[in-house]
Design a protein around this ligand. Structure first.
Ligand code: SF4
Length: 376
């Protein structure tokens, strides 16, 4: 059931740029998602999506009216921060079928273009092709990055796991059209589904198909299953569709972690499979600097590099102090570029090698160690 609701505000600001999506502001036009992916985290009670998640959707009918005020630079007391405006609901997809009728995403893009904002789109729907012209204008004007989420490129599994969207092969065709139109395109391989889409062969098949379609980078993650509505729904699906796997899932998620992480997550083999496949196809494993939005300050650059280094080093099976370094420096309350080497090393977790990386980032805007880890 669709219900039209009035939102109080639309633009959600984060404290700092997010290192997964390079976004600083997000825009959620809908709540609930008829794409109904069986693993969707949006079912988690903490998001307070009412009703039946896969069929009841609230539509923020006054979104354009609010965004017209919220996106206007002239009405802001403080200037907007850098980072993409991320048009993707954590609890919805902006290109669900009724977007054809309501056009909220299209009107949002028109406003983002009018007010010169950089945009990152993430969707599972081919309906985004409708807006390719508008997105091209944004890309020329202030930059648009277009990403697609996948759990597999196998169409028959895609139909089972993501029943409300066109199959992955159709999504890959859409990627090719965006590549032909000059866009940077990412694949969010989030999540791979344990026992179903996370074997070495399947992950290699996915990375290879992404390469062939022209994808510029892949962001990978395993599946979390939070206790409550999300876990119950998924296990019900498994018992009906893959009954032989039910016991395996009950065991893997028996720790009932509040974040939904599986047992033994640190040694989860799918990460290693992804590491080798991305090395083989020379596919960048996180969102590389060439696709970062304009206007990022030196401090933001340092924090982004450190956060991504943390992920990349761990994926490569190495110890990483970089996550801690990013955390302590983000809470330092002053720009990293104004700190001396001894200031930097006074923070716990910031050793001499990390200081040398920070200095390289500030002086050159790049990081050779990061480049090596990105796709080696
Ligand atoms: S498209 Fe995204 S938001 Fe919608 S059900 Fe699938 S995972 Fe959830």
């Amino acid at each position: 059931m669709i219900s039209e609701v009035s939102a109080k505000s639309m633009l959600r600001k984060q404290k700092q740029i997010d290192s997964w999506f390079l976004s600083r502001y997000s825009i959620n036009l809908y709540r609930g998602c008829t794409h109904n992916c069986v693993y969707c985290d949006g079912r988690d009670e903490k998001y307070q999506v009412e009703g039946d998640f896969g069929s009841d959707v609230s539509i923020k009918i006054n979104s354009a009216e609010l965004l017209e005020k919220e996106l206007d630079h002239a009405r802001k007391r403080k200037p907007f921060g850098s980072g993409y405006r991320f048009v993707c609901g954590g609890v919805s997809d902006s290109y669900q079928h009724f977007e054809k009728q309501y056009g909220l995403t299209r009107r949002t893009l028109e406003l983002l273009l009018r007010f010169d904002h950089p945009v990152h789109m993430l969707t599972k729907s081919v309906l985004i092709e409708r807006d390719i012209g508008l997105l091209s204008e944004i890309n020329r004007n202030s930059r648009a990055l277009v990403s697609f989420s996948f759990s597999t490129v196998d169409d028959s599994l895609g139909r089972k796991l993501e029943p409300g969207v066109p199959p992955p092969s159709a999504r890959l065709e859409t990627v090719k059209r965006f590549k032909d139109a000059g866009f940077g395109c990412g694949m969010y391989l989030m999540p791979v589904v344990p026992f179903i889409t996370d074997s070495a062969e399947m992950i290699e098949q996915t990375v290879s198909a992404a390469k062939e379609a022209g994808i510029d980078f892949i962001v990978f993650s395993g599946m979390t299953l939070k206790p409550g509505r999300q876990k119950d729904y998924f296990l019900r699906f498994v018992s009906e569709t893959f009954p032989a796997l039910l016991k395996e899932y009950e065991r893997l998620y028996s720790n009932n972690s509040p974040w939904g992480v599986p047992r033994g997550e640190g040694t989860y083999s799918a990460s290693r499979y992804f590491y080798s496949a991305s090395s083989k196809y020379r596919m960048p494993r996180r969102l590389p600097p060439a696709f970062w939005p304009p206007g990022i300050s030196p401090t933001e650059q340092v924090l982004l590099y450190l956060e991504q280094l943390d992920y990349l080093a761990k994926l490569a099976g190495r110890n990483s102090p970089y996550g801690t370094a990013a955390r302590v420096l983000s809470g330092a309350g002053r720009p990293v570029e104004q700190m001396s080497d001894s200031d930097l090393s006074s923070f716990s977790g910031v050793g001499s090698y990390t200081v040398s990386l920070i200095r390289e980032i500030i002086n050159t805007g790049g990081c050779s160690y990061y480049n090596r880890l990105l796709a080696d």
